[in-house]
Ligand binder design. Sequence first.
Ligand SMILES: *Cc1c(COP(=O)(O)O)cnc(C)c1O
Length: 467
Amino acid sequence: MPPAPQRAIPSVDRLLHAIAPSDLPRPFVVQALRHHLAALRSAPAIPDFETLVADLNQILAATARQRLQPVINGTGILAHTNLGRAPLSTAALAALSSVAGGYSNLELDLDSGERGPRAAYLEQSIALATGAPAATVVNNCAAALILILRHFTAGPRQEVIISRGELIQIGGGFRIPEILESSGARLREIGTTNQTTLDDYAQAIGPHTALILRVHRSNFFMEGFVQSPSIADLARLAQERAPEFGPAGLPLVEDLGSGAWVDLARLAPLDHEPQPHESLQAGADLVCFSGDKLLGGPQAGLIVGQTERIRALKKDPFFRALRCDKLVFAALQATVESYLHARSTRDAPPPEGIPMLDLMRIPLETLHGRGEAILTRLGTLAIQVTLGEGRSQIGGGVCPRSHLPSVNLVIRPHTQSVEALSRQLRHHPTPILAFIANDTVQIDLRTVFPHQDDLLVQALQRALSLT
Ligand SMILES: *Cc1c(COP(=O)(O)O)cnc(C)c1O
């Protein structure tokens, strides 16, 4: 006879009828139920039926929260990697919905009716916008870098010259030296963390050199006794030494990371962020950067530079494994066109309608007005919500030194911990991502879209009336 507790385990069917309705696919619900019941078989005691149902409801709600879904970004970090980086423009969304739901001329020449090049118009637009002779697109900037490194170190020359000051880590698990080595390249580290001279580069160039790599130290800054040659100095050096390298020359590659296409100082009090056209003008052969950081488009890795080198990269068999799909092309094409349309005159202001840029230029008064309106609408709660000074950040490893002045909702819960309140906000049907500072829960209004203010008010009323 089985031990008593096992007999107390209710049937899957009975539980399925008792749990709260869920829009999770049924196999998920059944699986969660079976797992839970299986775990109970080895538990010392079986909870009563109501407790079991409540536990299951919690498990299913937690599973549902793991689905990809919209959230309200109250962190004040504009290009938050955990929150999907750049929100897309209305134009990009329209392009997505018109191209994605049907067939498109993705790889077809509508003139000849024959197979055509993928994204030729997009590549030309990117080249035009960055003043590059040629351009191409892969899945992300890490992929762009790996493609470049693999391609140029595939032959007998395998050394990549890089300054020790640029062997950086970008986000979780993306370390430049590891990327380099996994691409089959050999690292030739030169200089020290804070000092690398042009002479260090000159001395490292030899028969094994495949390329010189510069990585923009986007996510931190160094001050004090710091020196490294400019991209223009490196370009002159690469040119001088080119004869040692035959017709292919000595490529100078720059990984810019963030890929701003406008001078950020024109939008907000931000540090200068290098732009691809500046690197190309200074003499870089190839420049790669992300599509979903400062550019404000979909996840993509853009490569701009010399026509021959871009052509060679596109012919590399590995390129096929990194190519983008129609969704990325559609959204990126619309984003790039927004920049080009805005360039009708030489000194035209940066484009409007790209959320990444629009969020940067929201004036403080506007945020104050919205904050006041939210406080009024919150009415009398058991708890005081106030407005505080905010400091939004660009995020995505960009402009680590700069902050945008902002307005925060500041909530000091008294019957629950700040952690409990933040969790409760994350568990709202439209999850709200707040942050904790000075023992308060805060929501930076710059990254909350105005159309989300209603939801924010509702969520706060719900969370705080319980506090
Ligand atoms: C962000 C960043 C990358 C990685 O870009 P992804 O598009 O996320 O792959 C590479 N290099 C630098 C310098 C970066 O800042």
